[in-house]
Design a protein around this ligand. Structure first.
Ligand code: ATP
Ligand code: MG
Length: 389
């Protein structure tokens, strides 16, 4: 659907200049504005964000208004389901591939806009909380020397409002770089050059497992994934050392089950989207690893339990009159960040209740209860006798 675009908005965006910098026709920019794919956001900074990809421009690309700047979206990473044929086919033009850990947190791009840091989440929103953390964890030195680059990495740890995880022995939240790219073109720096740069500035990189020849990488990846054992490390990302080809990802069955467990606790909000692709991954992994009956049985049991147990728990909680919520926490220096973060969640359409900030040292811990409306309403209505239609 096309909408009229107000002159005030057009005033904030020089479509011609943006089109030139992004190397796409100008009508693609104005068309995206009319179709509300390119959306104006006013808080905490004024910007336009691509809600979805438009020609070669990734969803999550942000165009800042004042000062004018562009931060390209982080590209989607395809998944390999069968390691051997998948790696050999995708990386046929490479001799070697690099394998890095896929950490489980949330994707963050950090860039210098004017003379301040902005931390963007995958969708192209500046997150006020992540920006406060980025100032502390990353600082400005890298950007003073490389203003045209952005750091792409995973924010990981328990004080995460989006993907809280305690599996890495992190106290609050840490940033692990997995890419350095030109912020306007999105062009990546080769893997080893990137890792050296990250080290030079005293920042953290995701773990490097090694560089392997293309036709043996599947064996190494299998070893790595099996080596995770009962730990919940998510998986690996396999990369062309030059970063000329896009990377691919591969994940462990245990982290797959953990995702399903989470999704089915809030089954009517997430269950459907999570379910099918994860079942497919399990089936292909079982075949590629040539599992015996006992291993298959364990896999089936794990998969089944990770779907049904959380859902039964949810229904029981609702039956007892509880509200289905997820509690996350943020740890801030500045109480203004809490207000900005409230506004940010409102913009994202997340229903949340903020508890009173609790002083901890020179910071404040704030618990946030996210309410899963769809799961609450659906469970309630079925318990009251409504039919599934
Ligand atoms: P996608 O849009 O790429 O499919 P998704 O939301 O489905 O993303 P994931 O399945 O988590 O996300 O896989 C891709 C994400 O993995 C990246 O966006 C990035 O945030 C994260 N990631 C963690 N570790 C790495 C790494 N070493 N290299 C690249 N990405 C990594
Ligand atoms: Mg992820």
């Amino acid at each position: 659907m096309r909408h009229d675009v107000s002159p005030e908005l057009l005033d904030k965006l020089d479509a011609g200049k943006v089109a030139k910098l992004l190397d796409i026709p100008e009508y693609r920019i104005t068309g995206a504005l009319e179709r509300r794919i390119l959306q104006y956001i006013y808080s905490p900074r004024e910007l336009f964000r691509f809600d979805k990809p438009v020609s070669s421009i990734e969803g999550g690309t942000a165009i800042f208004v004042e000062p004018f700047d562009i931060v390209r979206g982080f590209p989607k990473i395809s998944r390999v389901l069968m390691l051997y044929p998948g790696i050999v086919k995708h990386f046929s033009s490479c001799e070697k591939v690099v394998v890095e850990e896929k950490m489980n947190g949330y994707n963050t791009r950090i860039a210098f806009i004017g003379d301040t840091l902005a931390a963007l989440t995958r969708g192209g929103f500046v997150c006020p909380y992540t920006t406060e953390k980025a100032n502390k964890l990353v600082g400005r030195e890298f950007f003073h020397n490389h203003p045209g680059l952005m750091l792409c990495g995973e924010m990981v740890g328990p004080d995460s409002p989006y993907v809280p995880k305690s599996i890495y022995d992190i106290e609050s939240l840490e940033f692990f770089v997995f890419d350095i790219r030109e912020k306007v073109s999105g062009k990546p720096v080769p893997v080893m050059e990137r890792r050296a740069l990250v080290e030079e500035y005293g920042l953290n990189s995701v773990r490097l497992f090694g560089e392997y020849s293309v036709d043996e990488a599947h064996l190494e990846v299998t070893k790595i994934i099996k080596g995770f054992g009962s730990a919940l490390n998510e998986g690996v990302v396999i990369k062309d050392p030059q970063m000329a080809l896009p990377p691919v990802k591969y994940t462990s069955s245990l982290s797959n089950s953990a995702d399903l467990r989470y999704a089915f606790e809030f089954y009517n909000d997430y269950g459907r989207d999570f379910f099918f692709p994860r079942v497919c991954r399990e089936a292909f992994q079982s075949v590629e690893w040539d599992e015996d009956e006992e291993s298959q049985r364990k896999r089936c049991q794990r998969l089944g339990e990770s779907i049904l147990q959380p859902m039964i728990k949810t229904i029981n909680r609702k039956k007892e009159g509880e509200r289905i919520t997820e509690t996350v926490q943020i740890r801030v220096r500045n109480l203004r960040t809490v207000d900005e973060f409230k506004e940010h969640l409102r913009l994202l359409g997340v229903d949340a209740i903020f508890e009173e900030p609790e002083p901890v040292g020179d910071e404040y811990l704030v618990k946030i209860r996210k309410i899963f409306k769809s799961t609450n309403d659906k469970t309630d209505s079925i318990l009251r006798g409504e039919l599934w239609s």
